[in-house]
Design a protein around this ligand. Sequence first.
Ligand SMILES: C[S@@+](CC[C@H](N)C(=O)[O-])C[C@H]1O[C@@H](n2cnc3c(N)ncnc32)[C@H](O)[C@@H]1O
Length: 214
Amino acid sequence: MRTLDAREAFLQKYYANENELFVSLRNLAKVNKCDHMIVAPSEARTLKFLVEMAQAKKVVEIGCLYGLSCMYMASAPSVSKIWTLEKNQENAKIAQSFFDQSSEKNKIQLLIGDAHDNLKQLNAEGPFDVVFIDADKSGYPNYVRWAYQNLRVGGLVICDNTFLGGSVWGEDIERKTQTQIKAMLEVHEELAQSGRWSAHTLPSFDGITVGIKL
Ligand SMILES: C[S@@+](CC[C@H](N)C(=O)[O-])C[C@H]1O[C@@H](n2cnc3c(N)ncnc32)[C@H](O)[C@@H]1O
């Protein structure tokens, strides 16, 4: 989890108070030094809120880590199934152990391996209502193309970290690769300018861009 400033603490108190399972997941991530990769409580609540507003039944998540964002989205009452994709075997093993303890476990299917390969086997399960992208940044353009082909009209693509640490407007560019910056700018151009989406970026910690498929 990122630094819990006063604004985040306020939002968490009213809107995103986390249960014991989520707290233990975040604690394990802290021990394993990957807690900064997990969406903050208010962002996780935003995700679930978007899924609820879309009345989403079928959801795809690209980038599972330990499964926190997946379990948030799965807890939206409308969701009947969520496929979550994770490349790293160890992360996937830990995520599955949390899913097994979750009341949403019957809704969740974890696909282990590179999402660029595994997404192909999901084509037949669509169209989907929501696709959440939170994995390799240079892969985002490819994931957004897949989302467009596999979302229903009116479905949402949700992309995390679209400020890329500020590098998309020229800050801290040395912390990101040119390939990552170019890929993220391509995503903004596609979502904002292609005419295929109605889109906006929510100014969260690192930007959450949401596109409605037109
Ligand atoms: C930022 S973390 C996801 C955090 C998670 N969405 C959450 O907030 O709880 C990104 C994850 O994507 C995985 N990943 C990176 N590249 C991938 C790929 N090509 N296919 C599948 N997973 C990938 C990483 O191993 C990592 O666990």
